[in-house]
Design a protein around this ligand. Structure first.
Ligand SMILES: [Zn+2]
Length: 91
């Protein structure tokens, strides 16, 4: 429900700004936000690539810091995850 509402909001913003000439402040801000979002998503893709490689070689699911197995609940709750809860907390 919440994500649907968000999508509607984004659609409305796009309708408002797309017809402008592209030099307005609002469009510039929106472009910066898209760039930020894209770089965050690219980082996520990189992390997922690393996770997939580790799954392939069997090392995924162990903490990078202490090499203890990470709980299944944590592995499923957050993707991808490379550190156990206690190591994550001490970073
Ligand atoms: Zn750890």
């Amino acid at each position: 429900m919440e994500s649907e509402a968000d999508e509607m909001l984004v659609d409305r913003e796009r309708l408002e700004y797309d017809d402008e000439d592209g030099s307005s402040v609002a469009s510039d801000i929106q472009r910066d936000q898209k760039k930020d979002l894209a770089s965050v998503l690219r980082l996520k893709v990189d992390e997922i690539d690393v996770a997939l490689a580790r799954i392939a070689d069997g090392s995924y699911g162990r903490c990078d810091e202490c090499y203890e197995p990470i709980s299944k609940a944590r592995l499923l709750a957050q993707l991808p995850v490379f550190m156990c809860v206690s190591c994550r907390a001490s970073v």
